[in-house]
Design a protein around this ligand. Structure first.
Ligand SMILES: [Fe+2]
Ligand SMILES: [Fe+2]
Length: 251
């Protein structure tokens, strides 16, 4: 058995509200009778990309298991690399922050889908070439490709401006590759769909939830509902069996 705890969008900003929502998740993880094999956090770690926020991220996610992190549109490459050096192992400097990490029997290809200074996502030609090369490397075990912006149209008038763009080239790279699942965040929703023939598994937003247009409006009428329970995904893999995903919203 291999257990991935998939967290996303804590948006730490120094506030007690953001910190306490993340702590509901980390306290639950720390209480596991059998620890998760790895924790993967799919972006928007800090709310403004500040050094102090990354110091908080580093402290709050200091768990007794390996923790992998990748950037979202609220993150900033240089302070993220500097402040999260214990968590992020990426070649080069600045943007993009791509990583290939192996933890136990699994491989994680952590792709930086961000565009500096923008909220939408986009993978450059160089990034797609890098990803294609990595996915062609033989690996005997489950392979997870993780990134912040999901390759879906949410059909949400605000969120759709900020989604991953130019999906055709991304789809071509992923199609037919040995991938167990694509792990994403950004939309602050537990969302499950498919892309390029692979499962897309989105983690809930820890900081908030984005109601869909046909759901009740969030309290206050804004884009996000900060009263919804923070949650995370558990992806459980048994060799030779389909991946199982569970969602948890600890009280
Ligand atoms: Fe976010
Ligand atoms: Fe985001």
């Amino acid at each position: 058995m291999y257990v991935i705890a998939h967290l996303s969008d804590p948006h730490l900003d120094g506030s007690e509200e953001a910190r306490s929502r993340l702590r509901r998740i980390t306290a639950y993880l720390r209480s596991f009778r059998r620890p998760a094999d790895v924790v993967v956090v799919t972006g928007d770690l800090a709310d403004h990309g500040l050094d102090a926020e990354y110091a908080e991220v580093a402290a709050e996610l200091a768990l007794d298991v390996p923790v992998l992190m990748l950037p979202g549109n609220h993150d900033v490459s240089a302070p993220l690399r500097a402040g999260l050096a214990a968590y992020v192992d990426a070649a080069g400097e600045g943007h993009p922050v791509h990583q290939v990490r192996e933890v136990g029997d699994a491989r994680f290809v952590l792709v930086d889908s961000t565009v500096p200074g923008e909220d939408h996502g986009l993978l450059s030609k160089d990034s797609l070439t890098w990803l294609d090369d990595v996915l062609r490397e033989p690996f005997d075990g489950p392979v997870f490709v993780a990134f912040h912006h999901p390759p879906i149209a949410l059909h949400h008038p605000v969120m759709d401006q900020w989604m991953l763009q130019e999906l055709d080239a991304f789809e071509a790279v992923l199609t037919g590759k040995p991938i167990t699942a694509l792990l994403t965040g950004h939309v602050h929703n537990a969302v499950v769909t498919t892309f390029a023939g692979h499962p897309v598994l989105g983690a809930p937003g820890i900081r908030s939830t984005v109601p869909l247009p046909f759901e009740p409006a969030s309290p206050g009428g804004g884009l996000v509902d900060t009263t919804a329970y923070p949650g995370f995904a558990l992806h459980v893999h048994f060799p030779g069996e389909p991946l199982q995903t569970f969602y948890r919203f600890p009280v």
